[in-house]
Ligand binder design. Structure first.
Ligand SMILES: [Ca+2]
Ligand SMILES: [Ca+2]
Ligand SMILES: [Ca+2]
Length: 422
């Protein structure tokens, strides 16, 4: 299943400075099998909104997932529709919903009841609704042309589907389109649909203005082995005076394991400013804690952590499917090719992922603390300087052999074993 077009938007509210929206959807089955389409169940369409401003793309809104009763069997997917409809979306067939249909609140399913990797859904709870409930909610303040002059805005829809997930076809389920925000906060669709392209790519695609890509933005897929996919985007901005801003966005497409930490290596003694985090809030009774992740600044790393672990609170603020969080810092160190570490939230193997990214500090060869591509006695002297603290003549990232962001006994043992040799 693929979200091929957003044909319309609708707007609701405001209530208390919050607006709500809905997105129309053209949906295609571009696979080889009919797709299960059940009443108030699979598939569900998650609606999201993003803002690009000041060189940073941030998610500013989300909806519950729109479900429906029954599929049509229209042509329009660029392939022959096999005519199957009702509780199946036939191969090659198109199903169309207006924004108004996708705003029907009794059909909106909570994210907390969905496993995006397996494509399983919990029943939709009843409830009482106001104009905002369960819809794509965005604060007026997040669309202020005063606070964010010249900002670009994007809507995104992502399907979660039982059959699609089971068939391993969930990686093409998110699509985005640019919108403009009017004086009364109505959304107007702009440009073409970026089908099969999550909105995190809008940072790259429109980073230097509408339809003007920013080559400084790097986007990559980061897969959990045997599970779901994240996207990591990074951009380094030279601020002048030897200072650099590192911006990262981490998007969870469909990992149920979710993420609970993000770690960036920094140079020992680096002077950090503007350590920054941005998330997006759940609403309408979702059980998740909205508290921000905490940044811990060590000598060798900055690590952002969810407020609690999975064992402490399964509803803490983790990076769950269909959301994108931002991490940023400024430091007096130009970019090196290195890796960030993404800690996973739900227990499993592996516990974390590493992803290549431009970072303020990196080590090409563990133990090569006096970096010259070789390991010798000079490295031992530099290692001791790092171990004792203070200003080191070497690269203390390379002294952290076990990569726990602290130079300690384990690293001494690591250096000794290098000295003794294999
Ligand atoms: Ca798909
Ligand atoms: Ca060396
Ligand atoms: Ca260490």
């Amino acid at each position: 299943v693929v979200y091929t077009e957003c044909t319309s938007t609708s707007a609701y509210g405001p209530i208390g400075g919050i607006r709500a929206y809905s997105l129309g959807s053209n949906t295609c089955n571009v696979g080889e099998a009919n797709l299960l389409w059940t009443n108030d169940g699979t598939p569900g369409l998650a609606m999201n909104m993003y803002r690009l401003h000041g060189g940073r793309l941030e998610q500013i809104g989300m909806s519950w997932l729109k479900t429906a009763c029954c599929a049509a069997a229209s042509n329009g997917c660029g392939m022959s529709c096999n005519g199957v409809n009702g509780n199946m979306l036939g191969v090659g067939c198109l199903d169309v919903y207006s924004a108004g249909w996708n705003a029907i609140q009794s059909n909106l399913s909570p994210r907390s009841g969905i496993n995006a990797y397996t494509g399983t859904f919990s029943p939709i709870p009843g409830g009482t609704f106001n104009d905002l409930t369960r819809r794509l909610q965005v604060a007026e303040a997040d669309m202020s042309s005063t606070t964010y002059p010249g900002a670009l805005y994007f809507i995104e829809g992502q399907y979660i589907s039982t059959d699609d997930a089971a068939a391993g076809r969930a990686l093409n389920n998110a699509s985005y389109k640019r919108v403009t925000v009017g004086a009364t906060f109505a959304l107007t669709l702009q440009g073409t649909m970026n089908t099969n392209r999550p909105a995190i790519y809008a940072w790259l695609d429109h980073g230097l203005g509408v339809n003007t890509p920013d080559p400084a933005v790097q986007v990559s897929a980061v897969d959990v082995p045997g599970e779901g996919r994240f996207h990591l985007a990074a951009k380094v901005t030279n601020l002048g005076g030897g200072r650099y801003r590192y911006d990262y966005a981490l998007h969870n497409l469909n990992s149920h394991r979710s993420a609970a930490s993000f770690r960036v290596p920094i140079p020992d003694g680096g002077v950090l400013t503007n350590v920054y985090f941005h998330d997006v809030d759940y609403h309408s009774g979702e059980p998740y804690d909205p508290a921000n992740w905490n940044a811990t600044i060590g000598n060798l790393c900055v690590t952002w952590n969810s407020p609690q672990t999975f064992a402490q609170n399964a509803n803490t603020n983790a990076l769950r499917f269909g959301t994108m969080y931002n991490f940023s810092l400024e430091v007096d160190s130009p970019p090196a090719t290195g890796a960030v570490r993404i800690g996973l939230f739900r227990p499993g193997d592996p516990e974390s992922l590493t992803a290549a990214a431009p970072v303020p500090a990196a080590c090409a060869l563990a133990g090569d603390v006096a970096p010259d591509g070789q390991f010798d006695s000079v490295d031992l002297g530099a290692f001791v300087e790092c171990l004792l603290g203070g200003v080191s003549s070497g690269n203390c990232q390379c002294a952290d052999i076990d990569q726990d962001c602290v130079i300690g006994d384990a690293d001494v043992n690591g250096m000794v074993s290098r000295l003794v040799g294999p």
